[in-house]
Design a protein around this ligand. Structure first.
Ligand SMILES: Nc1ncnc2c1ncn2[C@@H]1O[C@H](COP(=O)(O)OP(=O)(O)O)[C@@H](O)[C@H]1O
Ligand SMILES: *[C@@H]1O[C@H](CO)[C@@H](O)[C@H](O)[C@H]1NC(C)=O
Ligand SMILES: *[C@@H]1O[C@H](CO)[C@@H](O)[C@H](O)[C@H]1NC(C)=O
Ligand SMILES: *[C@@H]1O[C@H](CO)[C@@H](O)[C@H](O)[C@H]1NC(C)=O
Ligand SMILES: *[C@@H]1O[C@H](CO)[C@@H](O)[C@H](O)[C@H]1NC(C)=O
Ligand SMILES: [Mg+2]
Length: 492
């Protein structure tokens, strides 16, 4: 029958088309596969068992290298034992290697001071906070509503992508990348400081949020204090006081790192995106590129720090170590990534000479971290005490009448920059006198008020305005009205 024959022919044709598409897809993927394999070994036959075995060996080698990198971080430096925060008995490296066994074996039991896998059973994921080459960070509320940040292997990150290209083993690669997370966790534990993000706990393998069952498999979740990613653009528009705070916090951190329990630690990947702020305080969050070893050397030339616009050479010590190189590297990075952008701009006039001095000594690496911290603390002291304002005319307040226990409403505000408020002009001042001299220098200003609000240094927040419609009782506020402007109409 012709009809039957035609439909058979059509079916055969269809089958042929489908088959050839499938075959071409298969060949394509085999070619791709072969190409990838030959890139990393001089194989001639794709898919050869020998090739898989050698890739596997290479991956295991890498895993062991990463593991070897972590072990020294668990041991105290020679001749030192670690004081334990909880127990009166001295903590020896045995306890730390137990920690390592827990991490490595994925068999960690919850410690008293830390959260374990249990705390991840009922988390509410809110949003992604950030991601980098290695890690993904999500914002969560733990059971009970406690805010936290969770760090995981970034499955879409560059590290994972490179590893998959090299080894084609998703499970093994996740494990390899997870070593960076484990290294970071150990560093967070050993380098506790107010300017390092707080480690709240971790979950390795187990039945974490991602439902892994048994084994580690690279399923590591680190539970951290939640911060806000550092927004450099936003910071550039903030008052000097806030920008100074970030720089001071950074210097305090570097001072700690130069004499840490692990020795002098260098931050090899030193960029603003490795930091977050928690209530305005700067905290380091990316530690997987921290190096606790000073480089070894034979000659001074081995102790060279290279930066795009400057090279520095330090002496090679008799012991064959570039002593102080890590500390200097950190200082110069602080100078080039933070101080140049944040520190000089709009510094209070009475402090500019001190700020200039810091800019020079850090940019030239002529001061060590002790001297740098001292210079920063000096500035803080002067700024807090108002001693830098000694040139203020004592008569500044004479042109103002003060009304205590009063606030204003129906305000007509003007803007100034950089203001603590978007709408109006809110600045920090040491005293009513400083506020008065600021008001007198603003042509729009006819009055200002001080409330109980203070900045992180303890300075007062003053809001300046061009007029207001009336006053009302407010126990927390005092209003200063400029006599010449408010009472007298301008001369005709
Ligand atoms: N505790 C945290 N709170 C808020 N955001 C964070 C926190 N930790 C990291 N982030 C954000 O996540 C990003 C990636 O984290 P990071 O540890 O730097 O990963 P990577 O090693 O891949 O660079 C950071 O650049 C930062 O913006
Ligand atoms: C594969 O290449 C390496 C160097 O690229 C070489 O040392 C090795 O002998 C080669 N192996 C084979 C089987 O050709
Ligand atoms: C720093 O050293 C490198 C290598 O020696 C050299 O190529 C570069 O020009 C130097 N840079 C500066 C700014 O001196
Ligand atoms: C430091 O001061 C010296 C002398 O005034 C100057 O030549 C040099 O450029 C300054 N360096 C920096 C980094 O500001
Ligand atoms: C830096 O200060 C510490 C004490 O805080 C001191 O032990 C150390 O020796 C000082 N380093 C230098 C180079 O002065
Ligand atoms: Mg990072």
């Amino acid at each position: 029958m012709p009809a039957m024959g035609a439909s058979l022919r059509a079916a055969a044709l269809l089958a042929f088309v489908v088959l050839s598409v499938l075959v071409s897809l298969l060949i394509g993927s085999l070619q791709q596969f072969g190409a990838r394999i030959t890139r990393f070994s001089n194989a001639t036959v794709a898919g050869d068992d020998e090739q898989f075995a050698s890739l596997r060996r290479a991956l295991i080698y890498q895993l062991n290298e990463r593991r070897k990198e972590i072990i020294p971080l668990l041991l105290p430096p020679p001749g030192q034992t670690l004081p334990s925060p909880q127990h009166s008995q001295t903590r020896t490296f045995n306890l730390d290697s137990t920690l390592w066994d827990e991490i490595a074996g994925g068999l960690r039991e919850a410690r008293l001071d830390e959260m374990g896998c249990d705390s991840l059973l009922d988390v509410q994921t809110l949003q992604i906070l950030g991601s980098g080459y290695t890690k993904l960070v999500v914002k969560v509320n733990l059971a009970g509503g406690q805010p936290a940040a969770l760090k995981l292997v970034n499955e879409q990150g560059i590290d994972m992508e490179k590893c998959l290209e090299d080894f084609k083993d998703p499970q093994g690669c996740r494990e390899l990348v997870a070593y960076k997370l484990k290294k970071e966790m150990v560093l967070l534990q050993r380098l506790q400081h107010p300017n390092v993000i707080k480690l709240k706990g971790h979950c390795v393998g187990g039945q974490g949020v991602w439902g892994a069952r048994g084994g580690d498999g690279g399923r590591v979740t680190v539970i951290l204090e939640q911060g806000s990613p550092l927004q450099m653009i936003q910071l550039l528009q903030s008052p000097w006081e806030d920008r100074f705070r970030v720089c001071l916090d950074l210097v305090r951190l570097l001072h700690f790192l130069s004499r840490s329990p692990l020795g002098s630690v260098a931050l090899l990947d030193f960029q603003p995106r490795q930091f977050v702020t928690v209530s305005g305080e700067l905290k380091l969050t990316d530690l997987d590129d921290a190096s606790p070893q000073e480089p070894e050397c034979r000659a001074d030339a081995d102790c060279t720090l290279q930066f795009p616009h400057r090279n520095f050479t330090l002496p090679c010590s008799a012991a064959g170590v570039c002593e102080g190189l890590n500390e200097r590297r950190n200082i110069y990075n602080a100078y080039r990534y933070f101080f140049t952008y944040l520190l000089p701009h709009q510094a209070p006039p009475g402090l500019t000479h001190l700020v200039d001095h810091i800019m020079n000594s850090t940019g030239e690496l002529s001061a060590d971290i002790n001297q740098t911290l001292e210079a920063f603390e000096d500035i803080l002291h002067l700024y807090k005490s108002g001693l830098h304002l000694d040139s203020l005319p004592p008569s500044a307040l004479r042109d103002y009448s003060v009304m205590r226990g009063m606030g204003t409403s129906g305000n007509v505000e003007y803007r100034c920059w950089p203001s603590y408020s978007q709408q109006g002009c809110v600045l920090s001042v040491h005293s009513a006198q400083e506020a008065a001299s600021i008001c007198s220098s603003h042509s729009h200003c006819t009055s200002f008020s001080l409330s109980g609000h203070k900045t992180w240094t303890g300075r007062l927040l003053a809001s300046f305005r061009s007029s207001f419609s009336h006053m009302e009782p407010d126990a927390t506020s005092e209003v200063y009205v400029r006599k010449s402007k408010a009472a007298q109409p301008p001369p005709v």
